[in-house]
Unconditional design. Structure first.
Length: 538
């Protein structure tokens, strides 16, 4: 009579090596995929707060082919080397804009509404119809009534069903800065340091703990099946039941299949080239004495923010997390840039976040310095993806959509129309690249806004963009992204896990005016479908 296999021996011989092996979470999902399949779709989103100096950000041309010269005199100059792989969708509005007279959204808070509704396209709750109230529940703690885009996409694409959400700079989030929601009123905490995400990703790096021998061998590229070969041979010689033999064969097949389907780019050499090494990750997780983790130098080519990007790219190309959101911090002091004021305060053109007072001397130059830093970080992220070759002469960037989203357009006006959005990569050929595309009216002279209005010692100027301009709903762009990545919808056009149709609807509303009073209007998507003008083959 055969003896049952000792579970602890099985776990020691197989499970231990698997858990130590890098990039092998959710093995069963990956093992079911066919070897040789095309690279999976990936979305890496970088989100920054308080908008930008739009007059220096946007190329003068709003519709037509892009050339490097369109970018060189703008904030986007660091992206000039990748101009052929860029897409700048112009004329887009995000939902739920705060206004003092409740004309275009709820009355909670300028930032809470913008962040909470940005990727959900849902109202926040509890609602406030008092735009200048400081009630704790509505001003500081209201949250959206639905999931955010990263969770909607990851449900269908990620092996774990969850996105990789990185809080760049490891600051505690509030509803005014948080963007990732796993469910209604349920913020997703994600990871605050690169080491947390790297540990989850690889199973190799634990702060203060050495690598195990198997982990070290795996990191050097030894296959998992070889790592457990000795234990496998021992187990196979044991007298075991037929059921246990079948389990063992299933484990062997799973390990073998996984080794075949993991991307050839998913290697230790690529991780090292990206800068996603234990040493860099540890250094990028320690806040320096001045408190400015983002600009702190880790190596000659990486700063603290770049380490987050390196981990994000590694997760994406290994299909551990094909949906990655990097949320840069709000209320941040970029001391490494020679700035001593909080980024939120500066966005108001003054030294505090109030709505009145005189302009800070040289404030536009300080804002431009922050904008330029963000552009450099996005260009670094894009370069990381572009340097990884994939099949048929493509790169990881070609098979991805890397997007820089901003909370609002102008940080003083808090306007959500005329949004600054920059995309790199065609997501496998779905998107048109090398273009700026005005999805609102296709005019080539769309306003760049009014961010550089003159300041004097008595008052802060009126900035922003005329609310009659650039109002194409961001919901449609989100439909583009989901369809590009292969997300499916139900018969009603809304994304659904077991759907078979293209996504044509997203969110509760696609008109910011419908958000007034916090969702009392019936749910309505007035303009369903994606933007055909953004497609390579409309």
């Amino acid at each position: 009579m055969s003896r049952p296999m000792n579970r602890r021996i099985l776990l020691r011989g197989l499970g231990g090596a698997c858990l130590a092996a890098p990039l092998l979470s959710s093995l069963s999902d990956r093992g079911a995929k066919a070897a040789g399949a095309p690279p999976p779709g990936r979305l890496i989103a970088m989100f920054t707060h308080y908008g930008c100096v739009t007059t220096r950000f946007f190329p003068t041309k709003s519709h037509g082919p892009l050339y490097a010269t369109d970018l060189t005199s703008k904030t986007l100059a660091p992206l000039a080397p990748y101009v052929d792989k860029l897409l700048i969708p112009r004329g887009i509005r995000a939902m739920n804009e705060w206004t003092s007279n409740l004309s275009r959204g709820q009355g909670n808070d300028q930032h809470l509404q913008a962040s909470g509704s940005y990727f959900t396209c849902q109202p926040v709750t509890p609602n406030s119809d008092k735009p200048f109230s400081f009630e704790l529940a509505t001003k500081f703690n209201a949250m959206p009534i639905g999931r955010s885009l990263d969770h909607v996409i990851a449900e269908q694409l990620s092996p774990s069903g969850l996105p990789l959400y990185l809080r760049v700079g490891n600051k505690t989030e509030t509803p005014s800065t948080g963007i990732s929601y796993a469910a209604a009123e349920t913020p997703h905490p994600g990871f605050g340091t690169p080491s947390e995400a790297f540990s989850k990703l690889t199973g190799l790096f634990q702060t203060g703990a050495p690598l195990s021998p198997d982990s070290y061998a795996a990191a050097r590229g030894k296959s998992i099946i070889d790592l457990v070969r000795r234990d496998l041979d021992t187990l196979e010689r044991r007298d075991m039941s037929r059921a246990d033999k079948l389990k063992l064969e299933a484990w062997k097949a799973l390990l073998d299949d996984t080794g075949k389907v993991l991307s050839p780019q998913c290697t230790q050499a690529v991780a090292t080239a990206l800068g996603a090494t234990p040493m860099n990750v540890e250094a990028g997780s320690v806040v320096p004495a001045d408190g400015d983790l983002l600009t702190a130098r880790i190596t000659d080519s990486l700063d603290g923010a770049d380490v987050y990007s390196a981990v994000a790219v590694l997760a994406a190309i290994c299909n551990d997390s094909p949906v990655v959101f990097l949320n840069y911090p709000g209320n941040y002091v970029y001391k490494g840039l020679g700035i001593t004021q909080d980024s939120h305060n500066l966005s108001h053109r003054i030294e505090n976040a109030n709505m009145a007072g005189g302009c800070l001397t040289g404030v536009i130059d300080l804002l431009l310095k922050i904008d330029a830093y963000y552009a450099q970080k996005f260009a670094k992220l894009v370069g990381m993806l572009n340097d990884i070759p994939e099949s048929d002469g493509t790169t990881a960037l070609d098979n991805s959509a890397a997007i820089w989203f901003q909370e609002m357009s102008d940080g003083n006006a808090h306007n959500l129309n005329n949004l600054p959005i920059i995309q790199a990569g065609s997501a496998g050929g779905y998107f048109k690249t090398g273009w700026t595309v005005n999805v609102d009216d296709e005019s080539a002279n769309l306003s760049t806004g009014n961010s550089e209005a003159g300041c004097d010692e008595m008052s802060v100027p009126s900035t922003g963009t005329d609310p009659a301009l650039a109002n194409a709903p961001i919901n449609k762009y989100f439909c583009n992204l989901m369809n590009a990545l292969g997300v499916k919808a139900g018969a009603d056009g809304f994304p659904a896990k077991n759907g078979t149709a293209e996504v044509s609807r997203y969110g509760r509303y696609d008109k910011t005016e419908d958000f007034v009073h916090g969702g009392t209007a019936p749910p309505m998507i007035n303009d369903p479908g994606a933007f055909d003008a953004l497609k390579a083959n409309p």
